[in-house]
Design a protein. Structure first.
Length: 229
C-alpha cells in the first residue's frame, strides 16, 4: 500500500515536471518567433513624439475605461520626447499594460479607480520614461520580476504571455519594461532611448521617414474619466 502511494506521488510529480518543461519550450518558441518577427519589422520604425503614441492608445481605450468608471490622469513633462519605434508594437505594449491595470482595479470601488500616465525626460537624459500607475491592489515586492515570466498570471483565464512579450518588444527597441510598487497600486515603467541615440538596424539605415503627427503640449494633464489628450 505504501509503495503504491509512493509510486502515485512520483507519477504526479513526473507529470508536473513534464508540464513545466513543455510550458518552458512553448514559451521559448513563442518568444523566438516574436524576436524574428520584430527583426523583420525593424525597418518599419519611425520617429514620433512618444506622447502622441500614448495619446493614440488612450483614445482607443477611452470608452472601455469609462465603462469601468476609471478616471485617467495624464501628464507630460520635459522636452525632447521623440523616439524611433514600430508604432503598432508600442501600441500593443501600452494596450496590454492599460488593460491589465483595468483588470487589477476590478475590486476597487468605482470612485477610487484611477489610471495615471506620466511621460517625462529629465534634463540631459538619453531616455524617455513612460509610467502607467493604477490604484489596484499592487504587486508584491517578491513578484515584481516574476510577472514578466511566460505563463505567470493571476487571471483565471489568462495565459501569462502579455507582459513577457511586452518586455521583449521594449528590449528590442533598446528600452526596458519593469514593474514597481506605487502608492496603493502597481506602476509599469517603460523606457525608450531618445531618437538621437537610436542606432540603425544591421544591413541598412534606420527608417526615419517623418509622418504627420498631432502635437501634444508638455505639462498637460487630463483628469476626466477615460479622457485622452
Amino acid at each position: 500500500m505504501l509503495e503504491q502511494a509512493r509510486l502515485a506521488r512520483v507519477a504526479v510529480l513526473q507529470e508536473l515536471i513534464e508540464d513545466i518543461v513543455r510550458d518552458s519550450r512553448r514559451a521559448e518558441t513563442v518568444i523566438g518567433q516574436l524576436r524574428r518577427l520584430m527583426r523583420r519589422e525593424q525597418r518599419d520604425r519611425e520617429p514620433v513624439n512618444i506622447a502622441i503614441v500614448v495619446s493614440e492608445v488612450l483614445d482607443l481605450v477611452r470608452a472601455e475605461l469609462r465603462k469601468h468608471d476609471i478616471g485617467v490622469e495624464w501628464e507630460v513633462s520635459g522636452e525632447g520626447l521623440d523616439v524611433v519605434v514600430n508604432r503598432p508594437q508600442i501600441h500593443q505594449v501600452l494596450l496590454n499594460i492599460i488593460l491589465n491595470a483595468r483588470d487589477a482595479m476590478e475590486s476597487v470601488p468605482p470612485g477610487a479607480r484611477r489610471l495615471r500616465v506620466t511621460l517625462r525626460r529629465e534634463p540631459f537624459e538619453e531616455v524617455v520614461h513612460v509610467l502607467i500607475a493604477d490604484s489596484g491592489m499592487g504587486i508584491a515586492a517578491d513578484r515584481l520580476d516574476e510577472v514578466f515570466e511566460p505563463f505567470v498570471t493571476s487571471k483565471a483565464h489568462g495565459v501569462g504571455l502579455g507582459l513577457a512579450i511586452s518586455r521583449t518588444i521594449m528590449a528590442d527597441h533598446g528600452g526596458d519594461l519593469r514593474a514597481e510598487s506605487g502608492e496603493g497600486g502597481a506602476v509599469l515603467h517603460l523606457t525608450l532611448p531618445v531618437m538621437s541615440k537610436v542606432r540603425a538596424p544591421k544591413g541598412g539605415p534606420a527608417d526615419v521617414s517623418i509622418r504627420p503627427n498631432r502635437p501634444v503640449s508638455a505639462g498637460r494633464t487630463e483628469t476626466d474619466a477615460g479622457a485622452a489628450p
